[in-house]
Design a protein around this ligand. Structure first.
Ligand code: HEC
Ligand code: HEC
Length: 227
């Protein structure tokens, strides 16, 4: 369990062959996965679970590897290996006492509130310069204190964070890191759109996502099954 937690917070040092950027798992799953947004508390009891992005019932091992391949721009780890076992031991520890259930209640309805916003990336650029650049770098490249938010060392195009609503929810609840919850919703939405308007690594095969033709409206790329 402790080794799993160490892998999740020192991901590149632990698994250099499987990480293709400067992020660590806990760059987005803050407080070692105990922050409400992006929480791993209870995650062990939420899988296996049907997910529309793959159109399949996913095991928790599959879901962990989805973040390796997309959010970390890396490659899957052995689902039967000891690193996976240790990561899952930590998730099980965090999930003690939770009821076995499907997707976290209300997770998609929380994102729904962002449907009311229209992105203004010019305004987002001003928010970024005023509230984010001091830690994430003026060119989003990251600094010694915070990871990149765009460019070759960031999450790839297939990552959940490339959805503007997902990024807006994350930013609104967690950023600025030293003053979370202080950005007005419109500023969180605009800066999320600004960040996601920049180039980042591609994710090969992303057009095969949502094979049943039901992508959420803010997905950043066309999918084959959606007409
Ligand atoms: C760039 C940000 C980011 C990074 C880095 C990241 N994740 Fe995620 N992760 C997300 C987001 C966003 C979601 C929720 C996706 C959704 O359904 O919209 C998620 C979901 C998950 C889930 C499912 C949670 C649930 O309740 O269903 C697991 C498990 C997970 N991540 C594990 C990992 C692991 C392990 C790593 C490191 C190898 C990692 N993540 C790195 C953003 C990230
Ligand atoms: C005081 C420094 C600081 C400020 C200011 C700040 N961040 Fe962060 N941010 C961080 C740190 C540190 C992390 C990663 C946390 C970790 O690894 O434990 C992070 C993580 C992130 C992530 C997820 C990981 C990634 O790099 O993709 C995003 C997205 C993000 N911040 C966006 C923003 C936005 C947008 C703003 C401005 C509204 C902002 N941050 C302001 C320090 C900061």
């Amino acid at each position: 369990m402790r080794r799993g937690r160490a892998i999740l917070s020192a991901t590149h040092d632990s698994l250099p062959d499987h990480v293709g950027n400067k992020l660590r798992c806990t760059s987005c799953h803050l407080d070692a996965g105990r922050r409400e947004n992006g929480t791993w508390v209870g995650v062990f009891a939420r899988y296996p679970q049907y997910r529309p992005r793959s159109g399949a019932v996913e095991t928790i091992e599959y879901r962990v590897n989805d973040c390796f391949r997309r959010s970390m721009n890396g490659t899957a780890i052995d689902p039967a290996g000891h690193e996976m076992r240790d990561i899952l031991a930590y998730f099980a520890f965090l999930s003690q006492g939770t009821t076995i259930a499907g997707p976290a209640a209300g997770s998609s309805s929380r994102l729904q509130k962002w449907a009311a916003f229209t992105a203004d990336t010019g305004a987002g650029a001003r928010v970024f310069a005023a509230s984010c650049a001091k830690c994430h770098g003026v060119s989003g490249e990251g600094t010694a204190v915070a990871p990149p938010v765009w460019g070759p060392q960031s999450y790839n195009l297939g990552a959940g964070m490339t959805r503007v609503r997902t990024a807006a929810e994350f930013v609104s609840r967690n950023m600025p890191f030293d003053a979370p919850g202080t950005l007005p919703d419109s500023q969180a939405f605009n800066v999320a759109a600004y960040i996601n308007g920049h180039p980042r690594p591609d994710f090969r095969g992303k057009e095969n996502d949502w094979p049943n033709g039901d992508p959420p409206p803010d997905v950043a790329y066309p999918t084959k099954a959606h007409h």
